[in-house]
Design a protein around this ligand. Structure first.
Ligand SMILES: Nc1ncnc2c1ncn2[C@@H]1O[C@H](COP(=O)(O)OP(=O)(O)OP(=O)(O)O)[C@@H](O)[C@H]1O
Ligand SMILES: Cc1ncc(CO)c(N)n1
Length: 543
């Protein structure tokens, strides 16, 4: 499921924090991001210049517009600016009850600028019980720990040790019935630990971590909370059921899979840390720059779209256009089509083809062995069988009938070169590259056979009395065309799913084989190549 996650937060036009960071973070960890803008800031990587808060009634309209139409799997709350905005959000949450609510109690920006009116801090008391998780930094944690504690609600000092921070988180968690992720990003020293504190289950899960040396920390809090909300929704966290002690009957999906929150936090932190490491490389701004939200995705998935199998088919076929034209123009093909080709070069060609088919069958069998799935395994094995049958038929047919000098010739240099290419490709063990190398033999022959049978090279090829009629019929066989379609399907699907580099290696193997096809058709009428000696690789394997 793709989690549909709504951020209710402020806008940061520089793109590193606020809703801009939220939308990137949600997408980066696999969710569908939505955003209702609660406040606008004029800020950059140096700091916040000013804040504009649109009428709270308009925020209410945005929230209802989304909720009336879209199922919301998680909500992330960020900069809510003032008590009136907090009131609107609290009312909406109480009414709509989204299954996952993560509250990032944004009060002060990384730059030190205030993002929440001081008099609105008390209003946070309404929101905390409506959240499943609250993610304060150390300063915010101290403010929250001072809420609703009596004695004039004086906030304790900001924690200066990690133990103090965890104690404050326990206070907040117990008092408001909410999980607390205490964040140690602002703790001095060379560590950046976080801790997930849940007073209800009396558990504290620590997330230790080395501090990453970087200036690109703008929006880390926004990004982390959005990622956690998304991952918690995808991991099956259900705030209502959990808060109600499993009143929905199944404990909010937490029973079978275990508590999804520590898992969501751990994965969100791994993603955040990877993104932190690549932030400076973005070169955005002269102050505290943004993290690189998609760094991992870009590195592992790439940034270019992949072609469809149909596009690969069209591109690859077009890329050997010149080779195909050269084949069409060969005297051997012309003579084959009109029946004027002399018997000796034709039989010489068939003898080489018999050598070729035997090893081609071996390479097809290797493609079957390497195939990633049963369908491919069966197809390539079946093709290996077909190739061997084709070779045997040549011997019982053309070559058997006309036993003579040419039919017992060893593999010549052209045949050997083609087979060496295929055998070496098989040896490298990459299935996708191997089947790309195997494809021209299917594709070029089917295309030639179909065009010969359709009179594309003249009417003579259609004459039943054509001297090579039975040979021509083999390649116009509809069964062969079906196999070729299947082979094209296997190869182009593999290419479409491959990385650009892998696809390029497949394409090179494909073009190399197409060139060998051209040479193979040219050889019978070319100046006779010297037979290679029996020690050659192909001949040795064939023998
Ligand atoms: N230099 C760093 N190296 C590793 N992790 C960091 C670093 N800085 C922040 N973090 C992590 O980033 C997350 C946000 O922490 P932080 O305490 O900075 O929150 P915040 O102040 O709310 O963030 P923001 O900068 O958005 O206001 C936490 O998981 C924290 O551990
Ligand atoms: C809009 C906005 N929200 C949150 C933060 C906290 O980093 C920020 N700087 N700006």
């Amino acid at each position: 499921m793709t989690a549909r996650v709504l951020s209710i937060a402020g806008s940061d036009p520089s793109g590193g924090a606020g809703i801009q960071a939220d939308l990137k973070s949600i997408a980066a960890v696999g969710g569908y991001g939505m955003a209702a803008i609660a406040a606008l800031t004029a800020q950059n990587t140096h700091g916040v210049r000013s804040v504009h808060v649109p009428p709270a009634a308009f925020l209410a309209e945005q929230l209802d517009a989304v909720a009336d139409d879209i199922e919301i799997d998680a909500v992330k709350l960020g900069m809510l600016a003032n008590a009136e905005v907090i009131g609107v959000v609290a009312e909406w949450l109480a009414r709509v009850r989204p299954p996952v609510v993560v509250l990032d109690p944004v009060m002060v920006a990384t730059s030190g600028d205030r993002l929440l009116a001081p008099e609105a801090e008390q209003a946070m008391r309404q929101l905390l019980p409506l959240a499943d998780l609250v993610t304060p930094n150390l300063a915010e944690l101290a403010v929250l720990a001072g809420l609703g504690g009596g004695s004039g609600d004086a906030a304790p000092p900001v924690a200066s040790t990690w133990a103090e921070a965890i104690a404050q988180a326990e206070t907040v968690s117990a008092r408001f019935g909410v999980r607390v992720l205490a964040k140690g990003g602002h703790l001095g020293g060379d560590t950046a630990p976080d801790a997930l504190v849940d007073a209800a289950s009396a558990t504290t899960v620590e997330f230790p971590g080395e501090r990453i040396e970087t200036t690109a920390t703008h929006g880390t809090g926004c990004s982390l909370s959005s990622a956690i909300a998304t991952l918690a929704a995808e991991g099956g966290a259900d705030g209502r059921a959990a808060a109600a002690g499993g009143a929905d009957g199944d404990g909010g999906n937490t029973g079978e899979r275990g508590d999804p929150w520590p898992t969501a936090v751990a994965e969100a932190r791994r993603w955040l840390r990877e993104s932190l490491r690549h932030g400076e490389a973005l070169g955005v701004g002269g102050g505290h720059g943004p993290i690189s939200h998609f760094a991992g995705l870009w590195a592992r998935g790439g940034t270019r779209t992949a072609p469809t199998p149909a596009e690969v088919e069209a591109e690859w076929w077009a890329s050997i256009r010149g080779i195909r034209d050269d084949i069409d123009a060969l005297p051997f093909i012309r003579g084959l089509a009109d029946g004027t080709l002399a018997r000796e070069p034709f039989l010489g060609y068939l003898a080489q083809d018999a050598h070729y088919l035997r090893d081609y069958a071996r390479v097809l069998a290797e493609a079957s062995r390497l195939a990633p799935d049963a369908a491919g395994q069966a197809f390539w094995a079946n093709s290996a069988h077909g190739s061997i049958i084709g070779e045997l038929e040549l011997h019982t047919g053309w070559l058997g009938r006309e036993a003579g000098t040419e039919t017992s010739a060893p593999p010549d240099a052209t045949t050997t070169a083609y087979l060496d290419h295929l055998l070496a490709t098989a040896q490298r063990g990459d299935h996708a590259v191997l089947v790309a190398a195997l494809l021209p033999c299917f594709w070029i022959y089917t295309d030639l056979g179909e065009r010969l049978a359709a009179g594309g090279f003249g009417e003579a090829a259609l004459d039943p009395a054509h001297p090579y009629a039975s040979w021509l019929a083999t390649y116009a066989d509809p069964g062969f065309a079906v196999a070729t379609r299947e082979a094209i399907g296997f190869v182009t699907r593999a290419a479409a799913g491959a990385t650009p580099e892998h696809r390029e290696r497949m394409h090179r193997a494909f073009v190399a084989s197409a060139r060998h096809e051209l040479a193979f058709f040219a050889a019978p009428l070319a100046a006779r190549a010297e037979p290679v000696d029996g020690e050659s690789h192909a001949a040795a394997v064939t023998a």
